[in-house]
Design a binder for this molecule. Structure first.
Ligand SMILES: [Zn+2]
Length: 298
């Protein structure tokens, strides 16, 4: 604990430095923005005639009191009747200009001093404010640079209280993987089938199995690296059944003219153009493009 001593403003200067009686409501923390020790800061303030003052100034070795706690001080930049200037105990922390070890120690001493005061007055950590809270000035500048919550945690430490996390909490689950973009090329081959299967949550093998050869006429842009057209089509495709349920037609597993019409209507309902021929029951370039765009968006 730093030693405490008094270098009080002389009563002949009370009318300048601390003209009003005060019932303190909290602490207001400052940085001196200087590299001078507490004694120099205290003497400079006491000896000039500026309406600038503070109650305590703290360095790496000591706490110096300049104004009694039952008088106001001018430190908060919020005017003669401001809350900061009329109700708060001003605490200046030295060596903030250059920082380093002396500042670190001064800040610690200030935290310990404030903690002791909070305890004595029965105040909570909410009674500790920064100059910035009153006038918007970026003060205590170095304490803010290093983290205000960190400084409050120093005080909490001296109070024997739990500290508050100062790092942003990391998400516990990774963000969802961005879906790979399907090329909109109007060709329904393996990639479009895989993407359709992923979307419909069926087995992803890139194959549309067991489709009647007779339906090929309606499936102009269905490519045979993916679509299996056969006369032995019994059972059809699980993916097609899922697709038929999505677009609202009979889920028989065979993609024929009615299914193409249902798909085209579905796409139009969802805002995707199926080309200038509209709902024609033929899955050509425009219909496949529309389905690929739909997949990319979902
Ligand atoms: Zn300040």
């Amino acid at each position: 604990m730093a030693t405490l001593r008094q270098l009080l403003v002389s009563e002949s200067k009370f009318n300048i430095k601390c003209p009003y009686a005060m019932v303190a409501e909290g602490y207001c923390v400052h940085n001196t923005a200087n590299d001078a020790p507490a004694e120099n800061e205290a003497n400079y303030m006491r000896n000039n005639d500026k309406k600038v003052s503070f109650h305590y100034v703290i360095d790496d070795k000591e706490v110096i009191q300049c104004i009694p706690e039952n008088r106001n001080a001018f430190h908060a930049g919020d005017g003669v009747n401001g809350n900061g200037n009329r109700k708060y105990i001003a605490v200046e922390i030295c060596y903030s200009k250059s920082g380093g070890e002396k500042f670190t120690k001064a800040e610690k001493n200030a935290a310990e001093f404030i903690a002791k005061g909070l305890k004595a007055k029965g105040w909570g950590i909410d009674k500790v404010k920064k100059h910035q809270d009153f006038s918007g000035k970026y003060c205590p500048h170095r304490t803010l640079d290093l983290g205000w919550e960190r400084f409050l945690n120093l005080i909490r430490g001296y109070l024997g209280q739990a500290t508050v996390s100062t790092s942003p909490s990391k998400p516990t689950t990774p963000p969802p993987q961005k879906k790979p973009k399907l090329t909109v090329d109007g060709r329904w081959g393996i990639n479009t089938t895989k993407e359709t299967q992923r979307f419909l949550k069926t087995i992803v093998d890139g194959i549309v199995s067991r489709q009647p050869t007779s339906n090929r006429n309606y499936l102009k842009n269905a490519f045979t690296d993916s679509w299996q057209f056969t006369s032995n089509y019994k059972g059809g495709s699980a993916m097609i059944k899922a697709l038929q349920r999505l677009i609202g037609t009979t889920a028989d597993g065979y993609f024929g003219k009615n299914s193409v019409i249902a798909l085209q209507n579905f796409l139009i309902r969802n805002g995707y153009s199926v080309g200038k021929y509209g709902v024609d029951g033929v899955m050509g370039y425009d219909t496949v493009c529309a389905w690929q765009k739909y997949l990319n968006a979902h």
